[in-house]
Ligand binder design. Structure first.
Ligand SMILES: NC(=O)c1ccc[n+]([C@@H]2O[C@H](COP(=O)([O-])OP(=O)(O)OC[C@H]3O[C@@H](n4cnc5c(N)ncnc54)[C@H](OP(=O)(O)O)[C@@H]3O)[C@@H](O)[C@H]2O)c1
Length: 121
């Protein structure tokens, strides 16, 4: 069983505009980013991949745009595409958000960070 309570002492920090992202150097970070195909969400997801997130979940409403963002992030950071997953959800509809959260919690028991660049999950 994985130990979820471990807090690594060393982190990388990166400023994106006025926001600072910190991620553990251990490479064990599981990060979710909404609105991740463009704008702030994309940029935040890209930085997390560059900082060594072990699993990056791009939450988007268009699979096509999400896959394109995944390819760009993998190309620009040289991280393995296997570490990036695209999940789709329409964040305007609460029933869709609830369905997404149910699906997510079945697949991912915990996250180290959630970058909510569109909507709130
Ligand atoms: N940029 C800034 O300087 C700034 C400053 C303060 C606050 N904000 C706020 O931060 C948020 C992100 O800004 P941004 O500049 O990155 O915006 P953006 O470039 O327009 O990106 C918005 C993202 O949210 C997604 N999205 C929109 N409606 C959605 C829905 N109903 N369900 C799921 N995803 C949806 C978009 O997907 P599609 O590509 O498919 O449309 C896109 O990925 C916004 O709420 C904005 O108001 C931005």
């Amino acid at each position: 069983m994985e130990n979820h309570s471990h807090v690594p002492a060393t982190t990388h920090r990166k400023a994106i505009g006025q926001v600072e992202i910190a991620i553990a150097t251990s490479g064990s970070g599981k990060v979710l980013a909404t609105g991740a195909n463009t704008g702030l969400g994309y940029r935040a997801a890209l930085e997390c991949a560059a900082l060594g997130a072990s699993r990056l979940i791009l939450v988007v409403r268009s699979r096509e745009k999400g896959e394109a963002a995944k390819a760009r992030i993998a190309r620009e950071t040289k991280c393995t595409p296997d570490s990036i997953e695209v999940m789709t959800v329409g964040l305007s509809l609460f029933s869709s958000v609830k369905e997404f959260v149910k699906c997510l919690s079945q697949q991912v028991p915990y996250l180290h960070a959630a970058l909510l660049c569109w909507g709130t999950i």
